[in-house]
Design a protein around this ligand. Sequence first.
Ligand code: GLN
Length: 345
Amino acid sequence: MAKLSMHETLPFDEETSPPPISTGELPDAGHLRDIVTEAYERYRTNREGSVADYIPVLGKASPDLFGICVVGARGRSFGIGDTETGFSIQSVSKPFVFALACDQIGYEAARRQLGVNGTGLPFDSVMAVELNAARTVNPLVNAGAIATTSLIAGDDAEAKWAAVRDGLSRFAGRELTMSTEVYESESATNMRNRGIARLLESYGRLYFDPEEATDVYTRQCSLEVTVHDLAVMASTLSNGGVNPMTGVRVIGPGVCRRVLAVMAIAGLYELSGDWLYEVGMPGKSGVSGGIVTISPGKGGLATYSPPLDPAGNSVRGQLATKYLAERLGLNLFASEPAEAPPDPR
Ligand code: GLN
């Protein structure tokens, strides 16, 4: 596969452009609008990547769809492009369901039962289960995500599903509903996920019936969102677990920062290291083309564009996020040298 342009060098000089430091606030409304619009225009015509079709209905999405939305930690928002288009949340649901599980059982128990390290392997890897003694390595790839869903409180599948849907709706600040079309398409083709669930069961690392856990996970992935919903969900993680639009505390602050840690290590599957190197923020992608990125204390960013790179991450979404991380000064690792210290002699 030809090298994608995601490793392009951005067109500004790091030595002379305003220091992209991670403290403080988002730029004012006018600058935010201008910079997000620039990112949108810059990548709108990119034609790289291909739309996922291993879940047949996803293959029907137009490759031209592209939307970007930012929601600040105080609820200020700006969106551009296809911000009203509904799509299935897919893997972008995983950190939010992990957050709900941590909130229920405690983040230390969640770490013991699910793991918080990178697999370095594709999201649907069976080898990641076989090669690691702990079997589930993190909650953001399919094995760990199905195990996470299996941990959600509820005596039966319906109760677990209600808890997942209610929890994700609190993150979004509105009631989310499932796309039946996506659910049916994925249910008819998810033998691999069902196999992974069985494998985890055989190792004692699944916490509910494997068929039912996979079914609730599949419903979770079929929840329909817009890029604006994703930005609100991301902004809740940027705001210590309180949804800035509704004022509702969705998860505790200790859980919130641990969710961000796992996103930093595993949010873009085997390309998570490249992502952190370039973007310097926790993020999470999904195969329908969504990506959320969190700037702690500042806000949440979401992009939607269906064409994906070979790892399953939206191409335009990655490009736009990298551009915005730099231009909006969001990279967590950026710092400015302090004033020269007094000479100790
Ligand atoms: N529901 C999809 C699956 O299990 C989610 C994958 C993804 O978005 N990376 O394959």
